[in-house]
Write a new protein. Structure first.
Length: 67
C-alpha cells in the first residue's frame, strides 16, 4: 500500500524582480514608453507596465551590442 506524504516540502526561494530597464538617452520611443509605463503603474495596470518594460528592453539602438 502506498503512503501519502504528510510532511511539508523544503522552503521555496524567490529572487527579487528585475529592475526596470533604463531608456536610451535621447530616444523618443524610449521616452514615450517610460511615460506609458509610469501611467500604467499609476493606474495599477502592472501587465501594461511590464509590457512597456519589455518594449524598452527590446528596443534596438545602435549603441547596444548584439548578442
Amino acid at each position: 500500500m502506498s503512503r501519502a506524504k504528510t510532511t511539508m516540502s523544503g522552503p521555496m526561494y524567490l529572487s527579487l524582480p528585475n529592475l526596470p530597464p533604463k531608456p536610451a538617452d535621447g530616444c523618443g520611443a524610449c521616452t514615450a514608453l517610460v511615460a506609458q509605463r509610469q501611467e500604467a503603474r499609476d493606474l495599477g495596470d502592472l501587465s501594461a507596465a511590464t509590457d512597456a518594460d519589455v518594449e524598452i528592453r527590446n528596443h534596438p539602438h545602435r549603441t547596444r551590442r548584439l548578442r
